[in-house]
Design a protein around this ligand. Structure first.
Ligand SMILES: Cc1ncc(COP(=O)(O)O)c(C=O)c1O
Length: 388
């Protein structure tokens, strides 16, 4: 019989290198190596206790089923309340959708607002899945190179230049950003939103690292407009990566559209994860303690990276990453990451994941893990470098 199946063109996207590094680290670990991970953006801490207790109760109830496509009302109401408490913004709970992580939120946002061929701006360096999801949906990612002059973040000026060069339909922006943790301060954020609105570019704000900031307060796009789409998640601040639960706040005109897309694509976010997420809002104290640990880890990284000759680090305003220029050590971040993993057992992520043009000379180090393990990781890298 003739072989008919082959991969589609649209599925021909790059792999997520960080996940490839994790796969290799897991393999080495299974062979008995002691691996320290500075590779993934994953909190070392579990979800707050009250959330885990809610999970147990839900399982014991014996009922874990489908929910309505937008999610359970109690969670949607609580998320709306969160916006009132944290940002003093009124949100109609009807505009809130529980999603299967923010990752599903991107798919829903892109499909609901853009047609095939649309041009969506994203920052580079930036979260690699943006580029790859946009491509897989037959849309075009437009990577805007941020620079030291723009303080490594997207600005109104950079967005305007890109749009003048070729019309943009949308922009997706994370503040704090991954891989660098860099933030746009409030006034500049408003300028970016205004520019986007004036040029007719639809604004998507990825606020997944809200709650994890060190040098300035976070800005929520809803403070300035309801004509934006917000994507957020319980993965980072709430330490719930594996529960695959996030949320969106959408403009009123998209409510029914997102509802239909969610019904058909995902049915709903997992019920148990929705219940756990609702309870997580009561775990504030625990999550604040975790945030304090990140702050200590951040200080450790700012102290120890320069001792590895890595002095050029993009501003770590938030999140839990240090994005460092590795030129003093190598011009090939992929090779260096492999060498570090093989020689020291420390997993780090090559910048090529985040910046196709310049990422060969940058590396992302995640400080989301345990402090003592991070210290040991640096000791190992110091020792290896001194003999290299
Ligand atoms: C900026 C950013 N957005 C979204 C995600 C995806 O998170 P999740 O799907 O777990 O909510 C990540 C994960 O690292 C991220 O860094």
């Amino acid at each position: 019989m003739q072989m008919l199946i082959s991969p589609s063109n649209r599925s021909n996207i790059d792999s997520f290198i960080a996940m490839d590094v994790v796969a290799k680290a897991t393999q080495l670990s299974a062979q008995g190596r002691d691996i320290i991970s500075m590779a993934v953006g994953q909190p070392g801490a579990p979800a707050p206790k009250c959330a885990l207790e809610a999970a147990v109760l839900q399982i014991q109830s014996g009922s874990v089923g489908y929910t309505g496509a937008p999610g359970i009302d109690r969670l949607r109401n609580r998320i709306a309340e969160h916006y009132k408490i944290k940002y003093d913004v009124e949100v109609d709970p009807q505009r809130v959708f529980a999603t299967t992580g923010s990752s599903a939120g991107f798919v829903l946002a892109f499909l609901s607002m853009f047609d095939a061929g649309s041009r969506i701006a994203i920052p580079s360096p930036g979260y690699p899945a943006y580029r790859n999801i946009i491509k897989a949906l037959s849309m075009n990612p437009v990577e805007i190179q941020t620079t030291p002059e723009s303080r490594w973040t997207l600005t109104a000026g950079l967005l305007e230049d890109a749009h003048r060069s070729e019309k943009l339909d949308g922009v997706l922006f994370a503040n704090p950003n991954n891989p660098n943790g860099t933030m746009l301060e409030r006034g500049e954020f408003v300028k970016l939103m205004e520019m986007s609105s004036n040029l007719g570019i639809r604004f998507i704000s990825d606020e997944i690292y809200h709650g994890l900031t060190y040098t300035m307060d976070e800005t929520c796009a809803l403070e300035f407009s309801d004509d934006v789409t917000i994507i957020n998640s319980f993965s980072k601040y709430y330490c719930m990566t594996g529960w695959r639960i996030g949320w969106m706040i959408v403009p009123e005109c998209l409510i029914r559209t997102i509802d239909r897309l969610q019904q058909n694509l995902f049915i709903c976010a997992p019920e148990i994860s929705q219940v756990v997420a609702l309870a997580a809002f009561d775990g504030q104290q625990e999550m604040e303690a975790v945030r304090q640990n990140y702050e200590t880890n951040r200080a450790l990284f700012l102290d120890r990276l320069p001792k590895l000759s890595l002095t050029n680090i993009q501003p770590i305003d938030g999140a839990f990453y240090a994005y460092a220029d590795i030129s003093p050590l190598s011009a090939n971040s992929m090779q260096l990451a492999n060498e570090i993993l093989d020689q020291t057992g420390v997993a780090v992520t090559p910048g090529l994941d985040f910046d196709l043009l310049r990422g060969g000379s940058w590396m992302r180090f995640s400080f989301a893990g345990n402090y003592q393990r991070m210290v040991e990781g640096f000791d190992r890298m110091d020792h290896w470098l001194s003999r290299r």
